[in-house]
Design a protein around this ligand. Sequence first.
Ligand SMILES: Nc1ncnc2c1ncn2[C@@H]1O[C@H](COP(=O)(O)OP(=O)(O)OP(=O)(O)O)[C@@H](O)[C@H]1O
Ligand SMILES: [Mg+2]
Length: 339
Amino acid sequence: MTKLLEVNNLHTRFKVRNGYLYAVNGVSFTLDKGEMLGVVGESGCGKSVSMMSLIRLLPPAAQITQGEVLLEGKDLAKASASEINMVRGSKVGMIFQDPMTSLNPFMKIGAQLCEGIIYHKKMSRADAMKQAAKYLDLVGISNSEHRLHEYPHQLSGGMRQRVMIAMALLGEPELVIADEPTTALDVTIQAQIVELVKELREKLNMSIIWITHDLSLLAGMVDRIMVMYGGSVVEEAPLDEIYKSPRHPYTIGLLKSIPSIKTEAGSRLPSIAGAPPNLFVEPQSCPFAARCAYRKERCTKEIPPLEPVSGAGANPHHRIACWVDVTKEPAEPKEGGML
Ligand SMILES: Nc1ncnc2c1ncn2[C@@H]1O[C@H](COP(=O)(O)OP(=O)(O)OP(=O)(O)O)[C@@H](O)[C@H]1O
Ligand SMILES: [Mg+2]
């Protein structure tokens, strides 16, 4: 496998009124060509900010204070504004949650789709329109020639999301970042979009980062899962490994909160007690310690590094940031929070 992306110790913070909000605190991961990575974690844990930091698509209050983002060896954290612009338009495509905030309601679909490739690929308008129609076909929009002349409000929500996908793929990027692309859609359309992305990935051999707070959505879709908490990666492993043997107490809690076929109707699912960490102070210890049933003294004093799990038969691609071995230590109710 060839490596496409390598992110090392990425830190992003926001300047706020009385100091800083530490949104991303030392995120590191790699992505191979053609690989699909799922990024999961509760609201506010830094999924969007860390992935938008890769291509520096951040609001003015944000600062990347440390880290490297190597795309095919080139560090995007240090690239010039025009270089990063080129990367966004041609090497990296993005799909966002709400197509209506990303599509211009006053512009016809065709013109919006073509803008990027006319600029980045120096295509003629006629060729760009042909390419746009081809991609609308690819994402399953029939009568594509006609659709190019319609406005976003003339399409259904599911179709608008397909247009967004076509727009992200049109420049034939090597990497697609999909940030909760199906959250606003109903479940049947959500399932169709997931199927479509799987198909397109096979066809075009793209690498995909799929951000979601819904761990169950990633089953059968991604190769690997990265779990985030409090601006850090707490666990990372191949898909099956995460479901079969989660090793970080936060991941264990997340998995328990997914309903299964055995869950009795009307019964309450366990939730993770306690509140998310205070991001207004720079973390000095494990971000999950306050809510953790396995907490030890060390957890409240030192940040655990993300390292391969130990033990006989351990999967070498399974990494956790935790001072405790949950396979050996019992979970105990702790003051301030428990699983
Ligand atoms: N423009 C901003 N100014 C200040 N803080 C921000 C800004 N954008 C995000 N944050 C903060 O950064 C942290 C990480 O936010 P982020 O959007 O990455 O979360 P997320 O994991 O994507 O959550 P969600 O699942 O709700 O999309 C949060 O605490 C959030 O409040
Ligand atoms: Mg988000």
